[in-house]
Design a protein around this ligand. Structure first.
Ligand code: EPZ
Length: 429
């Protein structure tokens, strides 16, 4: 199993190219199931989760061709996937695959909408909380699907197709909104989703679906209206930049000090996080090429932040902000409101000497001057990268174990950081 070795203490200076967003690429790939024509996706990040979803879609009979680099392409440019679901040979998504990646449960939406049947394993437990799928099932039920749970599988059918409906989510849910939007695209009549998630990845998927012939308006707001169409067709779409990767590197620079240009990043995708970084003493400058992040001389100021659905501070940056606050000049409070139990990084950050106390959903972090490197590991992607951020500023050597979590969501992390002066290397085996 690969590990990452980091010797802390170097500032970060230079340029980091931001990849396409994992959390847009995954639903976009799943949306390809909605049509028998080819969907071409550009700027798809090269991540373990993308590769796994390719396998899962392959199981349904989807052909995916990934175009290689062309002469003149930048080495960090994402890949282009040509995805063809002309022949869906199997509408079952088995436990062995769905349990490896929760988002693959979302195939239930295009399968029921296009094939009128689906049998998809319940995703099961997850390191960051219980994460049920009741709201996804509620949305499909509203659209007229017949649903039953049998031996750990959701068995869904809609022999006469789906019918547009009002779907009012009692809680903001990204997964629920994706599923409702995809399924409603091929339903008869109009669907109105209220209290919809407003995450930029929802708007990106809606853009792509509209290019495929869907009639969706309001994506990116809390009210989405979908006029169902009979058929969708092929299209070409570029995945939007990854706001969580952007925020992660911005926090790494805030942690080490230095000056880095995050190319391709778009500030409007993470304004709440950038505002917090400014409050913490970082200089953020939007440029034509991306976002410039700098911290020179000034220390890190403490902040009080609660995670919230977009446009609030993202839960996917909570662990990284906590790592940063371990070295603030004063006491910070971070409250996690989206997922219970998304605090596994607390115990690992303590191994660097960090002083963190947990009380229910709130962590109190007392900043200290120096962290000390240590062997660490984490059980989810964002928690793992928070350990990398701590390690970059810690005295001495840190060994981050279980690197496969990082590989799920960060493309060429060690290359991007070492190009900016970090001492970081992957140790294979
Ligand atoms: C998406 O997960 C992201 N995953 C997560 O990113 C992200 O943390 C999360 O949204 C919140 O922003 C992808 O996009 C692939 P939700 P999702 O449905 O869609 C509860 C990462 O590190 N809920 O918005 O699964 C749920 O338990 C990941 O990249 C129900 O109760 O999140 C949670 O408390 C991790 N019933 C809340 O809603 C349901 O049926 C929000 O979940 C569905 C959700």
């Amino acid at each position: 199993m690969d590990r990452i070795r980091i010797v802390g203490g170097n500032q970060l200076n230079g340029v980091i190219p931001i990849s396409g967003a994992k959390n847009a690429a995954l639903p976009l790939m799943i949306a390809a199931l909605l049509t028998d024509e080819t969907l071409i996706l550009d700027n798809v990040p090269r991540l373990a989760d993308v590769a796994l979803l390719q396998r899962i879609l392959g199981n349904h009979g989807v052909d995916i061709m990934s175009a290689g680099k062309r002469p003149g392409d930048h080495e960090y440019q994402g890949q282009t996937l040509h995805i063809s679901a002309a022949n869906i040979i199997d509408t079952t998504a088995p436990y062995e695959l769905v349990s490896k990646m929760r988002a693959s449960f979302w195939v239930i939406a295009p399968l029921i909408a296009r094939c009128r049947e689906a049998k998809v394993s319940l995703p099961g437990g997850c390191a960051i909380g219980t994460r049920p799928v009741d709201l996804l099932i509620m949305a499909l039920d509203k659209l007229g699907a017949k649903l039953a749970i049998d031996a750990g599988y959701v068995v869904a059918s809609a022999p006469d197709g789906l019918t547009g409906a009002g779907i009012d989510f009692p809680k903001v849910t990204v997964s629920g909104t994706h599923v409702a939007m995809m399924a409603a695209s091929l339903a008869r009549g109009t669907t109105v989703i209220t209290n919809a998630a407003r995450e930029p990845e929802i708007a990106d998927v809606a853009d792509c679906l509209n290019k495929m012939g869907a009639r969706i308006s309001g994506a990116g707001t809390s009210r989405i209206v979908i006029e169902g169409v009979k058929k969708l067709h092929g299209a070409r779409h570029q995945v939007l930049p990854d706001r969580i990767e952007t925020g992660t590197y911005a926090m790494a620079v805030a942690m080490t000090g230095g000056d880095v240009l995050l190319t391709g990043a778009r500030p409007e995708l993470l304004q709440a996080a950038l505002d917090v970084l400014i409050e913490a003493g970082t200089t953020i400058t939007p440029t034509n090429e991306g976002i410039r992040v700098a911290r020179n001389g000034a220390g890190i100021s403490p902040v009080d932040v609660a995670t919230a659905p977009f446009p609030g501070f993202p839960t996917d940056l909570q662990a990284q902000l906590m790592a940063l606050m371990t070295r603030a000049k004063g006491t910070s409070h971070l409250t996690e409101t989206i997922f219970e139990n998304r605090f596994m990084h607390v115990q690992e950050l303590a191994r660097f000497g960090a002083r963190i106390q947990l009380d229910g959903e709130t962590a109190t972090i007392e900043g200290i001057d120096k962290l000390r490197g240590a062997p660490v590991m984490a059980t989810d992607l964002r928690a793992s990268v928070s350990l990398v951020i701590a390690a970059l500023a810690a005295e001495g050597e840190t060994m981050v174990n279980r690197v496969y979590h990082l590989d799920r969501g960060f493309e060429r992390l060690e290359d991007k950081l070492s190009a900016c002066g970090a001492t970081i290397e992957r140790i294979s085996g």
